[in-house]
Design a binder for this molecule. Structure first.
Ligand code: SF4
Length: 249
């Protein structure tokens, strides 16, 4: 079903953050669908028309050069490969109309071999493509045995051959700040940018480790990450919305 969500955001809170507009679009559904921490994959429709109707409405909010942004980040309830082709065309048209020069596409590692099609597709309009991959952690045991992320054995170097940015997640039961430090260090070594999401409990998923999250927020490490221009921190439970995540409506 298609949820009632905040689907447009201008990411421009601080000088260190890369100014960009973010749209959360509706996909045809995630083919992988096994990640234990994920409930957003339910925000989908098998109807191209239904997807396009919502997606066009969301894309109509993109302002581009009007707000001094030339970057559009496209997220959805699956991977960029699972957006209707019509929606992809609407994204490209929106970029052209609004002076967007770079589009960021988020998706699963299993689709890596399709990336060049997207580079060519947007490249036809001189729009650069940045690919962002959900890795969550480089702790292979947690990632594959607990999170069922679905990239077994993939090394940071292999992932970086196809993806420019990565998503890291912290705050699940069993995760440690030490591992987070390692994940961030690897992320910054191999990728241009790290998106750190603080975990929100989902039904039948791992528990949110409130104590570990509090410890993280009160650490010097957090202060260090907050001012690092290559890192964005997202926390859906952050009532003040200091961490750029829109609350569900
Ligand atoms: S690949 Fe992404 S959308 Fe699909 S289940 Fe995993 S986290 Fe959710």
């Amino acid at each position: 079903m298609i949820y009632d969500l905040v689907r447009y955001q201008l990411v421009d809170e601080n000088a260190s953050s890369m100014k960009r507009e973010n749209v959360l679009l509706v996909s045809l559904g995630c083919s992988w669908g096994k990640c234990t921490f994920c409930d957003y994959q339910d925000d989908k429709s098998s109807s191209v028309l239904a997807c396009d109707t919502v997606n066009n409405k969301v894309l109509s909010q993109v302002k581009g050069t009007e707000v001094g942004s030339s970057v559009l980040e496209v997220t959805c309830s699956a991977s960029y490969t699972e957006l209707p082709f019509t929606t992809l065309n609407y994204i490209r048209e929106t970029c052209r109309e609004k002076g967007i020069k770079t589009v960021i596409l988020e998706g699963h590692y299993i689709y890596r071999n399709a990336n060049h099609f997207f580079t060519e597709f947007f490249g036809q309009y001189d729009i650069d493509t940045i690919f962002r991959c959900g890795v969550e952690t480089f702790d292979e045991h947690i990632r594959e045995e607990i999170l069922h992320k679905g990239l077994p054995g993939a090394t940071p170097k292999q992932i970086a051959e196809y993806f420019d940015w990565i998503n890291i997640m912290f705050g699940m039961e069993g995760q440690t700040i030490e591992q987070l430090r390692k994940d961030i260090a690897i992320g910054l070594e191999f990728f241009d940018r790290v998106n750190l999401s603080i975990y929100t409990t989902v039904k039948n998923g791992p528990e949110r480790d409130v104590k570990a999250i509090e410890e993280f927020y009160s650490s010097a490490f957090y202060q260090e990450l907050k001012t690092n221009p290559a890192i964005d921190i997202y926390d859906e439970w952050d009532e003040g919305n200091k961490h750029k995540v829109g609350h569900d409506k």
